[in-house]
Design a protein. Sequence first.
Length: 273
Amino acid sequence: MFSSASFCAIEGANLATPLALNSKSLSSNSKSCSAHFTATINNFARKRTGVLVSASGSASVDTDSGNNLPLSGLVFQPFEEVKNEAFVVPVAPHTSLARQRFQDECESAINEQINVEYNNSYLYHAMFAYFDRDNVALKGLAKFFKDSSEEERTHAEMLMGYQNMRGGRVKLHSILNPPSEFDHAEKGDALYAMELALSLEKLTNEKLLNLHAVADRCNDPQLADFIESNFLEEQVEAIKKISDYVSQLRRVGKGHGVWHFDQALLLEGGAAV
Ligand SMILES: [Fe+2]
Ligand SMILES: [Fe+2]
């Protein structure tokens, strides 16, 4: 824990060392800490720019350096610049106050991605219901697809939260009814469903990359960063994970091996992501 005196000493040391203050400005042991700070900053401004900026924000020429150039544009003028039309706060009740540099194309693309995530969630939920049947009874696959369904819904909610944060409007589109049967004469149900999941995750990756391209095209680095940080890495991890499962199911065939795969999945836990 620092006393105010020790904090002042540290602050003075950090600022004074690179600025090579003269002995007069360093003689602040008889002055207050804030006086020392002000002297240090003023010295810094003088040495770096030849301009002194007062506490009120006005600038003057440092006559010592003989520089008489005009100073306009050197000082941030917040109360002038904020009068720009771009910073006027909307008053219409149905208009977002927060929206800034957020284009309609980005807003639409986010709503489309929300729809993709809900469709994924719906299909995985249908798979959960199939594998949970008493005459199928593959509990590991049932749990895997239930967790995956919830994960996709979480993705939709993350995008909804982002849409609202940027001042966009969430619009939910229709979702298609998924199949209820997943059995396949040659592949069996487990492999067929897992291959379907792999195709779906690859398609989702394409959609995410399209969304990222829209963000780039609209010069919206914040949206691009959101997609990169929260979706892109997870998506390629999901594709690898499900690819592994497809390969394992191709090895084990349709019968007894599927039961062992299912038991291993039950122990492993986790979702497709
Ligand atoms: Fe997703
Ligand atoms: Fe996914």
